[in-house]
Design a protein around this ligand. Structure first.
Ligand SMILES: Cc1cc2nc3c(=O)[nH]c(=O)nc-3n(C[C@H](O)[C@H](O)[C@H](O)COP(=O)(O)OP(=O)(O)OC[C@H]3O[C@@H](n4cnc5c(N)ncnc54)[C@H](O)[C@@H]3O)c2cc1C
Length: 412
């Protein structure tokens, strides 16, 4: 089923145009070839199937470039289309209708986050050496922050150290869940560069080429019982030049926050696109499948699933758009970012769960995208800050406001 995208009367005409361009590519160029495209990653696909899928992907990418919406997060001088924050956010909702769609539009995590950070914090030399090849697809990268021996939800506890010695950083530490670790040509590694204190001004992100002596990729950590490229990596007396620090020493935590702020809105818009797909699939199946003398859509249990999913999607979408608009208008979006980071993945999980239920065994099979979506939704409740940490942040902001003698203004 194609995604049904019509102009939204209250939206900027350029955003409507981008939504429309994206939907045309999704509907015409991607959805009919979705299963074929999946062969790019399938371990049991033949070489012929892989080549066919890669050729199709290349055709789609050239159509995206022709439409002027390639790599929305990058400015034209780095090969992107330089979309504004809101244009990019609305585009994500549509492209995520098809799983893996982002890569076909030039947005590949964790490269895209690294590109954004290199753009903002990189020197001209770092941009030339790392950002340009990354945007040209000649290099791959990873972001190495989380550690097995310290809680990722408390970034001030990071143990990996980097000390300066004769113009070089000497890095020692143990990371895991560094996504894209096997393919990465370089890693942006979050290090403690000063002392043992807990303040955030002691962290620095350092660019480490993966082939530097002392970088040891231990394994890809299995995720949901499957092999993955989320890698465990040991850094042992790894030496890189002092100029590989990204931004000034001590700016690492701030840079990580920058990466996550807008990124969380983009992730939520992606989740909304996937919820939209799950909803379409659920309604489609409910309208066709006959059980006990009638199609599923005539059963009240299933009507309840449809209504609850509708409510989940609309509420998640409105919260996300409110947060995006607040960011765009220069407001303080911190409470709303935490709210959507909790609410949207949970709503996404509920919507996909119902769609799986309606499809029965087919719902958990590899024939539909629902099983992958379910795992993705559940994982999102941990990655980029677990639910509990964001609940604490919301409560802290609310209590501070009331503590200062002011109530919460839900209109602003
Ligand atoms: C598929 C996947 C890909 C990832 N990719 C990357 C990557 O590319 N690079 C990278 O650096 N990291 C990556 N991560 C790691 C991710 O960012 C961390 O898992 C996340 O930050 C949580 O850290 P943690 O796993 O150490 O959990 P912990 O910090 O140990 O937290 C565990 C649990 O404790 C609870 N908790 C935490 N704090 C509090 C509190 N204050 N009060 C009450 N309860 C609390 C929460 O329930 C939380 O889920 C990835 C993770 C996954 C699953």
């Amino acid at each position: 089923m194609a995604i049904n995208v019509k102009p939204v009367p209250t939206l900027d005409p350029r955003i409507n145009e981008i939504r429309d361009l994206t939907a045309r590519i999704v509907n015409k160029e991607i959805l009919p070839y979705e299963r074929m495209l999946a062969n790019r990653w399938k371990r049991d696909a033949s070489e012929k199937e892989k080549d066919e899928a890669k050729a199709r992907a290349a055709t789609i990418k050239s159509k995206v470039k022709e439409a002027g919406i390639w790599a929305p997060h990058l400015p034209p001088e780095y090969g992107g289309s330089g979309l504004s924050f809101l244009e990019h956010a609305y585009m994500n909702e549509i492209l995520a209708y098809t799983p893996g769609g982002a890569a076909l539009f030039g947005v590949v995590a964790p490269n895209s986050g690294n590109q954004t950070i290199l753009l903002k914090y990189g020197t001209e030399e770092q941009k030339r050496k790392w950002l340009v090849p990354l945007t040209e697809g000649k290099m791959e990268s990873g972001f190495s922050m989380t550690e097995p021996d310290s809680p990722g939800s408390d970034p001030r506890s990071i143990k990996t150290t980097a000390r300066l010695e004769n113009g070089e950083w000497v890095i020692n530490g143990h990371k895991w869940f560094t996504s894209n670790g096997f393919r990465a040509d370089f890693l942006i590694v979050m290090c403690r560069t000063e002392g043992a204190g807990r303040d955030t001004g002691r962290m620095t992100q350092i660019i480490v080429p993966t082939n530097t002596p002392g970088v040891r990729i231990v394994r890809g950590v299995e995720v949901w019982g499957r092999p993955s490229d989320h890698c465990e990596i040991v850094y042992e007396n790894v030496r890189v030049p002092e100029e590989n620090a990204l931004g000034s020493a001590g700016s690492g935590h701030k840079a990580a926050q920058d990466r996550l702020g807008a990124g969380r809105v983009f992730h939520c818009m992606n989740s909304l696109g996937q919820m939209w797909r799950a909803f379409d699939l659920m309604v489609e199946r409910a309208s066709m499948r006959e059980v006990h003398g009638g199609v599923l859509a005539t059963k009240q249990f299933i009507q309840g699933f449809i209504a609850d999913s509708y409510i989940d999607i609309q509420s998640a979408r409105l919260m996300t758009i409110r947060c995006a608009e607040m960011m765009e208008n220069g407001g303080d979006p911190r409470t709303d970012i935490s709210a959507i980071k909790i609410y949207v993945p949970a709503a996404y999980q509920r919507v996909v769960d119902r769609a799986i239920q309606v499809w029965g065994a087919a719902g958990v099979s590899g024939d539909l995208p629902l099983a992958g979506m379910y795992m993705g939704a559940r994982t999102l409740r941990i990655a980029d800050g677990p639910d509990e940490v964001h609940r604490i942040l919301i409560a802290r902001n609310v209590l501070a406001r009331y503590g200062s003698g002011e109530g919460w203004d839900f209109g602003n």
